[in-house]
Design a protein around this ligand. Structure first.
Ligand SMILES: NC(=O)c1ccc[n+]([C@@H]2O[C@H](COP(=O)([O-])OP(=O)(O)OC[C@H]3O[C@@H](n4cnc5c(N)ncnc54)[C@H](OP(=O)(O)O)[C@@H]3O)[C@@H](O)[C@H]2O)c1
Length: 270
């Protein structure tokens, strides 16, 4: 007998941004694992060669049960988003679940020393990318009967709830997405369009490599003697939220590793 998870995901088309690494990559595999008989995945990122690898791995593991369409896409470019949606093959047009995952942080400078390019790039990806992609996909959801149907899942962060020193730009970008998410959820009331956010604390991905601009010693230091969340841990929660019965909205989830209780309340060794 199928689980409610596989039953609810069966036949769905899932679009993931930033699927080439970290949480996005894990989310692709977790969806495939959870509905391996009948699923369509649209995986997007700038590093398309990594998406090719993921597509191969999924094909090896699940055969034709999971169909994968990969697209090179920079979400910070609104024209690319519009073109991406226009060019979706017929088979993948009926997006059911959008996972707005692409995002990053670069540097820990404080105003007035934050490089202008960082301000622009972080907002272009983390804020405008999310808003533009959501606007591009919502018409597909809204075209469904009774006001519409579909899931928007944001990768939020503890950073939106508990902004920290050195994080003015990143934290405010995530706070903008949190407000967008809450307002959109209210606007979609009366439809079957669910708007959800999964907000992790520390997850071990390439995130800190970008944050520390490639300084591996700082990355290692940030995780020393601790067991952070893995991208798979977060992916499980995303897929859980997406696979609830349609009357259930997992609106807001805060996820910490066991050593963390706020953005900065971090136990030294665990
Ligand atoms: N790691 C954490 O501690 C943590 C905590 C809370 C929230 N988050 C959030 O989780 C999400 C995923 O991050 P992660 O930890 O998995 O980091 P990651 O390993 O660095 O992965 C980030 C992904 O985003 C993609 N990306 C970045 N800029 C992009 C752009 N302009 N257009 C398209 N794709 C882009 C990257 O792909 P390409 O480079 O190939 O384009 C990559 O696949 C982010 O929104 C992040 O803010 C992370």
């Amino acid at each position: 007998m199928p689980t409610s998870m596989s039953r609810n995901l069966s036949g769905k088309t899932v679009l993931i941004t930033g699927a080439s690494a970290g949480i996005g990559r894990s989310t692709a595999f977790e969806f495939a694992r959870s509905s391996s008989q009948n699923l369509k995945l649209i995986l997007t990122a700038r590093r398309v060669e990594r998406l090719e690898e993921i597509k191969k791995e999924i094909a090896n593991e699940y055969g034709t049960g999971v169909k994968v369409h990969i697209v090179k896409l920079d979400v910070s470019n609104p024209e690319e988003i519009d073109e991406f949606v226009r060019a979706l093959p017929e088979e993948f047009r009926g997006v059911d679940i959008l996972v707005n995952n692409a995002g990053f942080m670069s540097g820990v400078e404080q105003p007035p020393d934050v490089p202008r390019q960082v301000i622009q790039n972080v907002y272009a990806t983390n804020v405008f990318g999310v808003i533009n992609m959501t606007q591009a996909i919502l018409p597909i959801f809204k075209a469904r009967p009774d006001g519409g149907k579909g899931d928007v899942i944001m990768l939020g962060s503890i950073a939106s709830r508990d902004p920290y020193v050195g994080g003015t730009i990143y934290c405010s970008s995530k706070a903008a997405v949190a407000a967008f998410t809450d307002a959109l959820r209210k606007e979609m009331i009366g439809t079957r369009i669910r708007v959800m956010t999964v907000d992790p604390g520390q997850v071990q991905t390439e995130f800190n490599l970008n944050k520390f601009r490639g300084d591996q010693s700082k990355v290692d230091e940030s995780y020393a003697d601790r067991v952070p969340l893995t991208p798979d841990d977060v992916a499980e929660v995303i897929v859980f939220a997406a696979s609830r019965n349609e009357n259930v909205v997992v609106a807001d989830t805060l996820l910490f590793p066991s050593y963390q209780a706020s953005a900065t309340h971090i136990h030294q060794k665990i």
